[in-house]
Design a protein around this ligand. Sequence first.
Ligand code: NAI
Length: 330
Amino acid sequence: MKAVLIPGDGIGPEISASVESITKAMNLDIEWVKYRAGAQYAKETGEVWEPGLVDAIEEYKWALKGPTATPIGTGFRSVNVALRQKFSTYANVRPLRNFKGIDSKYENIDLVIIRENTEDLYKGIEYMLTDDIANGVKLITREASTRICRYAFEYARTNNRKKVTAIHKANIMKYTDGLFLDCYREVAKDYPEIETQEVIIDNMCMQLVQRPETFDVLVAPNLYGDIVSDLCAGLVGGLGIAPSGNIGDDYRIYEAVHGSAPDIAGKGIANPSSLILAFAMMLEALNKQKEAQSLREALAAVVEEGKFTTPDIGGQATTKEFTDAIIDKL
Ligand code: NAI
């Protein structure tokens, strides 16, 4: 099969090369079709992504994406946000768990954040009311909220998870977050075997820091989901090891959750785990459970041994040495 690979900016090409080597080493029947996108491409050409990218995703349906830089406060639209909206990949799924060998204050974290991916403040509807007043629209719809809550409960049922926690601030945002919560309650009625819980976002942040092991599946509107996702990545040892998938009914775009890491780009020391684990999520969705599992186990073993890990997780290896060690285990 063919699938799209978007290496992206900064360390993106370095960690994408890891996935390409692993694909080859595992003899997987996946041909990566590469497209450029992001800030560097925009600087060179004035376009956000290479012509043909959208058609290729439409045709192949599956994509893996490295980080793309988004300059702050310019007219440049985020590639991530544009792709998520274009392909209606409405669910951002981010599983997080501890890895032996990576320092974390916590143990036994095993949670999945399911973030609504298409609306809320990320719709990008904002404007200057006057020179001194900016206004942004928080758009929440019944359709998108019901769809994401149903995805979360279905995910819980399919993956034998016990609880779905809704994150909100409906005490203050009575219409927008109130609507999200209404949809959550309505959908929950169809899943009586799954425990429900509603937690206000600020309280959620505190509880996640105090007892993250008590959470299972979390479902949230876009902005809260974004923030909580990074908070949880911090709990398990950083962004370098957290994967994610942007899932829609017809298209799936898997990605590393971290950014382009301009401070270490080009040095060959980026941790490729996030993109590799995103690739493992993709393999699982392609019904290649065995391959996905082997890849995760090989990566976990290399991390646990600690001999060939990158500096961000306490090692001294290069991206290539880390990747080769995973391939050796495979
Ligand atoms: P960042 O995630 O790029 O970097 C934060 C820190 O984590 C840096 O010290 C970096 O060296 C380190 N880091 C991140 N990934 C790493 C990895 N795989 N291995 C080792 N160290 C790693 O966040 P920052 O600096 O806020 O953003 C840089 C650019 O990336 C911005 O333009 C931002 O818009 C973009 N970005 C893109 C994302 C995406 O495409 N999904 C997500 C987040 C940011």
